[in-house]
Design a protein around this ligand. Structure first.
Ligand code: C5P
Length: 402
């Protein structure tokens, strides 16, 4: 979503990983980003400019002194066009040149002229990467606000194994989205919960619910891209932990309660998106219960209400709860907002098939009775909508906004 309609300039420098840049360009185009590519002269020895030209739909150049006409000065035009630049792969040479202000070909002059964020994805032999000169140049550039992706570990083109591989395309895309996102959550530590807890009956059976965890994971990912420090306390899900997020895995409501309480004092915001089971078996059976005995006698007891406890204990924390209802959605949401001492509540109408789906319908309510309604939005979009409301409320609470 962040990359849609964005102008992404890809700089390709030499290395066996240059072919992966072709895959990146192709993926970006599929995501409806506009892509241009500038290669260095040596990179063109590895992958032909025609490949990138075909994938990006735009002429690919490396020379500084071609294509100049009255209205087209390539390095300036490209630098102004780009919303973000990614150097994939980035050699020690391009890192060194930019760190020292050397601009002697189309790529280096473009970077020098560019005010958009620039992301380097270094890929080289581990010894080269660890060289103190390269490390110093990376530090210099980071201090100046340039972004870097750590190379991945694995088998390198030279046959050695070490840290120097170009990271996976998904990792590069994550970083591109990161550099393009507003950082309105910088300095804010957020606890997010996700998924449906499981309350064991015996070693093989449990009580749970239909929560897929998608909404909570989208929130954690969006938060991390917007600069928050995120701890995600997750009940079992099929999902992968979002990049840059501290993941704490739990299973039961009791475990989630403990994990939340241990971290509550240290956070500025809580987003309680998990579908915490309301009941747990009163007695756990160590032995598998036989199907012809015992089930009719399973007794249930209430789990701790984590959100209510946080509402009771809260000091600086801005607390956001969720409520899933099949009837009287707004009335129930308003009541829970007050009863649980929340700052914001997100109400889901579960008659609209939201469980496991990639879309949702939400109503966001705050304590001053402000109401926002969104029907049939993707959970990715919903995450950003919820965070926009959250950061606004948080800043107001902190006296940073009227
Ligand atoms: O009262 P209700 O269960 O509808 O409230 C839902 C909200 O409370 C959600 O934010 C959910 O994560 C949280 N909750 C909780 N502990 C429970 C049950 C729900 O924190 N035991």
């Amino acid at each position: 979503m962040v990359l849609k309609n964005k102008n992404i300039l890809i700089g390709v420098t030499v290395g066996i990983a240059a072919y992966k840049a072709a895959e990146l360009v192709s993926t970006l185009r599929k995501m409806n980003a506009n892509v241009r590519v500038i290669m260095t002269k040596s990179a063109a020895e590895f992958v032909t400019p025609v490949t990138f030209q075909t994938l990006s739909g735009f002429p690919v150049r490396h020379e500084l002194f071609t294509d100049w006409s009255k209205n087209f000065i390539p390095h300036i035009e490209n630098a102004l066009w780009a919303d973000a630049v990614a150097i994939v792969p980035a050699t020690a040479n391009i890192i060194g040149k930019i760190a020292h202000g050397i601009a002697d070909d189309l790529l280096s002059t473009t970077i020098m002229a560019c005010e958009a964020p620039v992301l380097f994805a270094p890929a080289m032999n581990e010894r080269m990467f660890k060289n103190p000169i390269v490390q110093r140049n990376i530090r210099t550039l980071k201090d100046l606000g340039y972004y870097f992706i750590e190379p991945a570990e694995g088998r390198l083109a030279c046959g050695e194994v070490g840290k120097g591989r170009l990271p996976e395309i998904d990792t590069i895309l994550w970083h591109l989205e990161y550099v393009l996102s507003k950082k309105d959550f910088a300095g804010i530590r957020v606890l997010v919960t996700a998924g449906g807890t499981r309350e064991p009956i015996d070693p093989v059976r449990f009580i749970s619910n239909r929560s897929s965890g998608k909404m909570g994971y989208e929130l954690a990912e969006a938060l991390s891209k917007r600069g928050a420090e995120v701890v995600l306390i997750s009940a079992p899900t099929e999902l992968e932990a979002p990049y840059g997020v501290e993941l704490v895995k739990v299973e039961t409501a009791q475990e989630m309660y403990k994990a939340c309480m241990e971290r509550f004092d240290g956070v500025n915001m809580v987003i309680m998106c998990a579908a915490v089971a309301d009941f747990e078996p009163a007695d756990y059976s160590r032995e598998k219960i036989k199907k012809d005995s015992g089930f009719e006698n399973i007794k249930l007891k209430r789990t701790p209400d984590i959100l209510s406890e946080m509402g009771r204990l809260k000091s600086q924390q801005f607390i956001i709860g969720f409520c899933a209802e099949s009837q009287n959605l707004e009335e129930n949401a308003e009541r829970k907002l007050k009863e649980k001492n929340l700052d914001l509540i997100v109400a889901n109408d579960i008659t609209k098939n939201i469980f496991g789906s990639d879309t949702t319908s939400i109503i966001i309510l705050d304590a001053s009775n402000n109401k926002l309604k969104y029907d049939g939005v993707s959970k990715k979009e919903a995450a950003h909508i919820i965070l926009d409301a959250a950061v606004k409320g948080y800043r107001r609470r902190m006296g940073l906004e009227a």
